[in-house]
Design a protein around this ligand. Structure first.
Ligand code: NAD
Ligand code: LMR
Length: 342
């Protein structure tokens, strides 16, 4: 399914026909992710109205992108004297809101170390979304995703506008890394490798289910362990290589644009659009874990179906238990933050 999503995105990216008019807002559009993400959305013919919001330079980025001859209009919004209601104007009537606003990691930091700054940013953005665009699909990229998604949910609940089918934590980067890293070992076509990745989006909460892949049975246990570790800590690889200049931006922009395309295709009633995402999920609710990443079918109302993740081997079951402990704490941390804001 991931392959077909990639193929559809690249086909439509350069197609000349307008398919569906979606209004898409990017909050944090001038950042490392925001700029290339906005470029990819500008190339997507499902997007006809692209709104870019940031505390700095959104108008510059929008003007730059607006010269590209695709079907969409692009407008930049910044909260200054000329646009005191910039955020409201950005998101009003939007179909999709992507949120990459927030600070990225530096070497030595965990995603959770970003909580103190990013929780507040996401909380405040969600307050305005709740008032001005409660029917949009909300795609949260800002880390720590395991906590920022519950924060958005709680804010929407406070305003009585929470629709669990339309809130997504974007975990697509874990999928694309899995495809790429596995193909490097097997020497196969990365677009044909699809790993079922479940859990959350940070270190040990990321669980790639290799036992479900026939071609992984040829790998030694050591190779599998190395691959699992690389998928779980792929983000650290980029943070280390960037050496203080941030975290993944370009691969994340690709991942975010791929996921946004899938959400729009679902809204457009395309059948069998299946992607993994960190969503409000029944899978472990009875254990107090309200959000979990697994495959979901996307449709006109957002999440149409949350898939069971299938059989795990003993090692994967152990990983799942550790994942759940951390995930529960991450989710509760988000809830507590919103409660203390009242
Ligand atoms: P960046 O610092 O380059 O860009 C962030 C942008 O957000 C900046 O332009 C900044 O001005 C803007 N911003 C800050 N506060 C804002 C606010 N209140 N309203 C609007 N805009 C605001 O960072 P980046 O590299 O683009 O990363 C952004 C976030 O995405 C980080 O939290 C990072 O950890 C996360 N991330 C998530 C994934 C994922 O897989 N979900 C992958 C990579 C990065
Ligand atoms: C990633 O997986 O690359 C992102 O979550 C950014 C990070 O901090 O690692």
């Amino acid at each position: 399914m991931l392959r077909s999503t990639f193929q559809t995105l690249s086909k439509r990216t350069f197609s000349s026909t307008s398919i569906n008019p979606y209004k898409v807002a990017v909050l944090g559009a001038s950042g490392g992710i925001g700029q290339p993400l906005s470029l990819l959305l500008k190339l997507n013919h499902n997007v006809t109205d692209l709104r870019l919001y940031d505390l700095r330079n959104a108008k510059g980025v929008a003007t730059d992108l607006s010269h590209i001859p695709t079907n969409s209009t692009v407008k930049g919004f910044a909260p200054d004297q000329q646009q005191p209601d910039a955020l409201r104007d950005t998101i009003k009537d939007s179909d999709l809101i992507l949120i990459p606003a927030g600070v990225p990691r530096k070497p030595g930091m965990t995603r959770d170390d970003l909580f103190n700054i990013n929780a507040g940013i996401v909380h405040d953005l969600a307050q305005t979304i709740a008032k001005e665009a409660p029917n949009s699909s909300i795609l949260v990229i800002s880390n720590p995703v395991n906590s920022t998604v519950p924060i958005v949910a709680e804010v929407l609940k406070e305003h009585n506008v929470y629709n669990p089918k339309k809130l997504f934590g974007v975990t697509t980067l874990d999928l694309i890394r899995s495809s790429r890293f596995l193909s490097e070992i097997l020497k196969t076509d990365p677009t044909k490798e699809h790993v079922n990745v479940i859990g959350g989006h940070s270190g040990i909460t990321i669980i790639p289910i290799l036992s479900q892949l026939e071609n992984c049975s040829t790998l030694s246990q050591e190779q599998k362990n190395e691959l699992i570790h690389r998928i779980q800590f792929g983000g650290d690889e980029v943070v280390k290589a960037k050496d203080g200049a941030g975290s993944a931006t370009l691969s994340m922009a690709y991942a975010g644009a791929t996921f946004a395309d899938a959400v729009m295709r679902g809204l457009n009633d395309e059948k069998n659009v299946v992607m993994s995402s960190f969503v409000d999920s029944p899978l472990f609710k009875n254990e107090g874990i309200d959000f979990f990443a697994s495959k979901v079918t996307l449709g006109p109302n957002g999440v149409e179906k949350i898939h069971e993740f299938g059989k795990l081997n003993q090692h994967e079951n152990e990983m799942l238990e550790t994942c759940k402990e951390t995930l529960k704490k991450n989710i509760e941390k988000g809830y507590t933050f919103v409660k203390n804001k009242k």
